[in-house]
Ligand binder design. Structure first.
Ligand code: ZN
Length: 166
């Protein structure tokens, strides 16, 4: 097992948001409502899930061969966010660590690997267009919106803030 080297990506958070959604679209994981099929994505990527007592983590054997470990006692919505978060590490910090290297950065504009993985997860699970539609349709009711994207209401609220919907 290769430990994933966790150097922050040079991509800006905005670029990470776009990148995550492009991955979702590329692998065709969204249904009409915008709900992401993470099982299908994992299968296409060569990723497996394993449940155990250990903390959530990503173990990579090679590109296209990795395992995401999840704790036993968590909700499925929490698991979805964790899976998407670990996929963020996989793409940003393992597969393509040099993405955005040519971009010039402003002072101190590097985000932690954990922030980057969370931003990736949020965008992968809540694609902008469908999320915006749902947010407007349900008049900012984060519980109902969260249900569509199978995330926690708190995650939906954060996404709405990022997209300046509230
Ligand atoms: Zn992480």
């Amino acid at each position: 097992m290769t430990r994933v080297v966790k150097e922050p990506s040079r991509l800006s958070l905005t670029a990470i948001r776009e990148y995550a959604e492009r991955i979702g679209e590329h692998y065709d994981i969204y249904d009409r409502a915008g709900t992401a099929d993470l099982q299908a994505l994992l299968q296409k990527l060569g990723g497996k899930l394993a449940f155990g007592e250990s903390k959530e983590s990503l173990h990579v054997s090679a590109p296209g061969n990795f395992t995401i470990f999840l704790p036993l006692v968590t909700s499925s919505r929490r698991d979805r966010f964790t899976i998407a978060h670990e996929l963020g590490h996989y793409f940003l910090h393992y597969l393509h660590p040099k993405l955005g290297e040519a971009a010039s950065f402003g002072r101190g504009e590097r985000n932690s690997v954990e922030t980057q993985a969370n931003v990736f997860a949020s965008s992968l699970l809540m694609p902008e267009q469908e999320f915006t539609k749902a947010w407007k349709r349900f008049d900012g009711d984060s519980y109902r919106v969260a249900k569509i994207f199978e995330v926690s209401p708190a995650a939906a609220d954060v996404r709405a803030e990022v997209l300046r919907l509230k």
